[in-house]
Design a protein around this ligand. Structure first.
Ligand code: ACK
Length: 961
């Protein structure tokens, strides 16, 4: 119940504006909506009018400039059990999902009020109530939901109107309003002396913007402080989509992660975020071209927005010419054509045209005519026919030489060489410019006979026949047949001559293979002998003989294939052997890579998994373990906390992971592999394995107990509560653990804040060493067709794309952990989906600096996210860098500056905060020395002690100075 009866308080001028204007600020004491014309586009303000109960009084006072202002005051400090409410009228939320309430007020220090008893309070409460009804006159007290208890942040300011001193407190609170059309706000006084001076209610938007030539509309931010609103952009006028333009509107009214964008259409270029037409004399042919370009030589454009320039008269452009190429001309004729006749062949050679027309694609074609003189001495020319050969070719010649063969002997030919280029056709000129030469071929011997056949075989004779040579080059006068016994080779042969195209070779030995060659003779002499043909006097013809196939070659080929097969088989065996020995050598080499440094042994290389576990982990008797409570769920079963008392040692707290019943062999192996891996490590920033229980069920892995659980949840719980030095101290610990792992050649593959554990001294330790599990069971690991399960947001691009997991990809993940730490457990890339994350990273987008992040830290993150893995720092370099920062805390002071919006809310959270203590809950017994140790600065123990910093309390007073 509200304590006082309500009286409606209306502000006449403001009311009218409320109906029509969205951006109205009514400072209730002014009664004028002067702030309607707010210039801050990212903050849209909502109307506030008031319902004033009698217990709150409307009072005029003077502000610092001696200007009278009106306030609502209540000051019932002498009476107990105060419950005085002041309520606003209904405020439409106008699409907002999270609204901010900025309250300016003064509050009297109870001590400054004479004679007050214990009833005096120094806070008031802010409430809200969501409603669709704009005129609720009576709202139950219990319907209001508390936003916060508000106290003055100034040490309680004195309001001294007489001396005109009036310092205001300004507090901002935000609240999610998503369920109804509007809401009411209320202020509850429980016995303080307050004067409310102004209340401003607003919400945030990401202002209309143009990015990558796409327009993104004014967008109201999401309901939660970490939610992003995905917005699709539309291409600006005269532009077309390159890739779907997208951005995210962050909770602070900032646009984040631009993806995709648009190109200006052909004929247009980008100027000042818009697409403007190319001016005369310029052109742009393709949308992907970055800007308009000057028209190339011998071309022009007269109008704006040209996509191509026209050619000057006499100049041309081929279809395949790019718009950026000059206009060109056809070539002039080839020059200096010369011919050299060699019997029935002619070699033609010429020089390129004098004018190539500005191109380099001149080609030549050779026209061949046979010319005959008639009795009347007139010459008739006919095309040469297809049996004439041109080498390399007759058409499309790029060389200036051609050999023409297979011409007729004693014949007159005319050869014409034409020159053309890419614009010869476009120029429309008839025949191409050319140069000609006439030649007469010489007498020539006949070409060889191409085939000999056997018509009849006896024990002592062979009847052979053949065809006339393809090119007799005259009248054949006779044929000459040369033959010899195959075994004799050509040491002794016989010759027979005949006018016909058959010969009966007699007097041969039986069952003997003979080799035959035939040649023809004309007036120009003998031609070349045919290739050898073998026939046997055996009545049973030699298989394949007579078909002109050279059996010797066949034999050779067959044996050749055999040899080849043998060689390849040998090579294969050798290569198999050498690969095997290489593997062996590699592993041997590996062992000697870093003499003295322990190298991690993959437990999956053990044939017997139990052998690995016994090599690396200690078996613990279950009776020495005392399980206390369940602290979480692992992927193999429950995780409990408890105590371990080993003989001769003091009892310690431990975490106990167990393998649930009904497991498969593979699950057992995977579960124990984590212990086999962890057991090989010994470093203060790596979770320590105490031992395993494998002899009785359930199987257990016992590790040191980390009081503060996983780092991501821990940071979210203590949002904004650590100094930069403390955060850097945590990062240093993680880097130190990772350096140790990388020195041991261990690649973690799933480094993320959720896999770091924190103990009571704020010491961070790397955990989660499952092997197959790394990629398959992490709740963050998304399945991708190419690569299986991968925690996309934490993984380097080459590891996502090619499964290239290295220490450098761990460094990338470390950069993401840095970001998680500095942003107090914010989710990397917020609620973007994995596809968009991969696309954005591929396009070069990198996470921005978290709020109040020192520039040097963000730079180190960016270095870890270098696309080229060789460019990323090593863990050793990261560690050195962090040590340097801790030694010179001044370097951590410079932050990236305040963000365009939200600074008003966040003004209390700057990085300049002094070194304050960790929340009590997580450091119950924390000494200065332990604190220094946790941030790697224990060497300064003496210095701190000498300066009087002996306990946590004294640390509170420590500033950067
Ligand atoms: O965030 P948490 O409290 O920290 O919840 C998870 C849960 O078990 C499942 O993994 C917690 N946890 C794992 N190992 C340890 C440990 N050594 N000390 C304390 N808590 C642990 C982890």
């Amino acid at each position: 119940m509200l304590c006082c009866p309500h009286k409606d308080k209306k502000f006449s001028q403001g009311d009218k504006k409320q109906e029509t204007l969205r951006f109205v600020l009514l400072e209730f004491f002014e009664m004028v909506s002067t702030s309607c014309t707010s210039t801050n586009t990212a903050l849209d303000q909502l109307c506030v009018t008031w319902l004033v109960p009698l217990c709150w009084e409307e009072v005029s006072i003077m502000d610092e400039k001696n200007i009278p202002i009106r306030t609502y005051q209540v000051c019932n400090v002498l009476e107990p059990s105060q419950n005085n409410w002041l309520r606003t009228d209904w405020i439409p939320r106008s699409g907002a999902q999270r609204v901010y309430v900025e309250v300016k007020f003064t509050l009297r220090d109870c001590n400054s009020l004479p004679g007050v008893t214990g009833t005096c309070k120094e806070t008031f409460n802010l409430y809200y109530h969501e409603s669709n009804e704009d005129r609720e006159s009576y709202i139950k007290e219990s319907s209001f939901i508390k936003v916060d208890t508000v106290a003055a942040d100034e040490s309680f300011t004195q309001v001294d109107v007489g001396d005109r001193i009036m310092k205001l407190n300004t507090e901002v609170r935000d609240v999610k309003v998503t369920t109804k059309k509007g809401f009411y706000l209320a202020f509850q006084d429980v016995g303080a002396c307050i004067a409310l001076v102004s209340v401003r209610v607003f919400y945030k938007t990401c202002p209309l913007t143009i990015r990558n030539l796409a327009t993104f509309p004014d967008t109201v931010t999401g309901a939660d402080t970490s939610s992003l609103v995905e917005v699709r952009g539309s291409c600006v006028n005269r532009s077309e989509e390159r890739e779907e333009p997208k951005m995210y509107c962050g909770a602070d009214g900032e646009w984040l992660v631009p993806i995709g964008g648009c190109f200006c259409s052909p004929g247009y270029e980008e100027r000042g975020g818009a697409c403007k037409a190319c001016t005369a004399g310029f052109y742009k042919a393709r949308s992907v071209d970055p800007a308009c370009a000057k028209c190339p030589p011998h071309s022009y454009s007269l109008r704006d927005g040209a996509t191509v320039c026209d050619c000057h008269t006499g100049y041309f452009r081929a279809d395949s010419d790019p718009a950026s190429m000059s206009c060109t001309q056809p070539p002039s004729a080839p020059q200096q054509l010369i011919s050299v006749v060699n019997e029935t062949s002619v070699v033609l050679e010429w020089a390129p045209p004098r004018r190539l027309g500005g191109r380099s694609d001149a080609i030549y074609s050779v026209e061949c005519l046979i010319c005959k003189r008639s009795i009347s001495n007139s010459q008739t020319c006919l095309p040469c026919g297809s049996d004439v050969l041109f080498s390399p070719s007759q058409l499309g010649l790029r060389t200036t030489r051609v050999v023409v063969s297979e011409l007729k002997a004693h014949t007159r030919y005319t050869f014409t060489v034409h020159a053309r280029n890419g614009v010869s056709r476009a120029s429309g000129a008839g025949s191409a410019p050319s140069v000609s030469v006439s030649v007469t071929t010489n007498q020539a011997a006949p070409s060889p006979v191409s085939m000999i056949q056997v018509l009849d075989v006896t024990r002592h004779s062979l009847l052979l026949s053949w065809q006339q040579p393809d090119r007799p080059n005259g009248v054949i006068l006779e044929y000459e047949v040369k033959f010899y016994e195959k075994d004799q080779k050509e040491r002794s042969y016989r010759i027979m001559r005949t006018f016909s195209q058959t010969v009966d070779v007699t007097g041969l030995s039986p069952l003997t293979v003979y080799v035959f060659h035939v040649r023809a003779r004309t007036a120009a002499g003998y031609g070349d002998f045919s290739s050898p043909f073998e026939f046997s006097t055996n009545s049973d013809p030699f298989p394949l003989i007579g078909e002109g196939v050279n059996s010797a070659f066949l034999l050779l080929s067959v044996s050749g294939v055999g040899v080849l097969l043998l060689i390849s088989a040998a090579a294969f065996i050798i290569s198999r052997r050498s690969k095997y020995s290489k593997t062996k050598q590699d592993s041997e080499e590996e062992k000697h890579l870093n003499p003295g440094v322990k190298i991690y042994v993959d437990p999956f290389t053990y044939e017997d998994p139990d052998q690995a576990i016994h090599d690396f982990a200690k078996e613990i008797d279950v009776s020495s373990i005392h399980i206390e409570k369940v602290i979480g769920m692992g992927e193999f079963g429950e995780v409990c906390s408890g105590r371990l008392r080993l003989q001769g040692k003091r009892e310690i707290y431990v975490a106990i992971k167990s393998l649930k019943a009904g497991y498969s062999d593979k699950q057992r192996r995977d579960f124990l592999s984590e212990a086999s891996i962890m057991g090989q490590f010994d470093h203060p920033n790596i979770i320590r394995l105490e031992g395993v229980v494998t002899r009785c069920k359930p199987l257990m892995i016992i590790t040191e107990y980390m009081e503060n659980g996983s780092l991501d949840a821990f940071l979210r719980k203590h949002d904004g509560q650590f100094t930069v030095i403390q955060l850097v101290g945590m990062l240093r610990g993680i880097a130190s653990g990772m350096k140790y792992l990388s020195d041991m050649n261990y690649v973690h593959r799933d480094l993320a804040a959720r896999n770091i554990l924190v103990n009571s001294n704020l010491v961070c330790k790397v955990s989660d060493f499952g092997l197959s599990r790394v990629l398959e069971d992490d709740p963050e690991a998304a399945y991708t067709a190419r690569v299986g399960h991968i925690p996309i947001r934490w993984t380097a691009p080459e590891a996502i794309t090619y499964r290239k997991f290295t220490t450098s990809s761990d460094v990338w993940s470390y950069g993401i952990v840095m970001w998680e730490v500095v942003s107090y457990g914010e989710r990397p890339y917020w609620d973007m989906n994995n596809q968009d994350v991969m696309k954005a990273v591929e396009e070069g987008y990198r996470l921005p600096a978290p709020m109040d992040c020192p520039v040097v830290l963000h730079q180190l993150m960016l270095d870890c996210w270098e696309r080229e893995r060789a460019e990323r720092p090593s863990f050793s370099q990261i560690l050195n860098m962090l040590d340097k920062l801790i030694r010179n805390p001044g370097t951590l002071r410079r932050t990236g500056g305040d963000r365009p919006t939200g600074t008003m809310l966040e003004s209390g959270l700057g990085s300049e905060v002094c070194v304050s203590v960790v929340p009590e809950a997580c450091v119950p017994e924390w000494s200065v020395y332990e604190w220094l140790q946790s941030i790697g600065l224990e060497i300064y123990r003496e210095t701190f002690a000498a300066a009087g910093y002996n306990n946590l309390e004294s640390l509170l007073a420590l500033t950067h100075q």
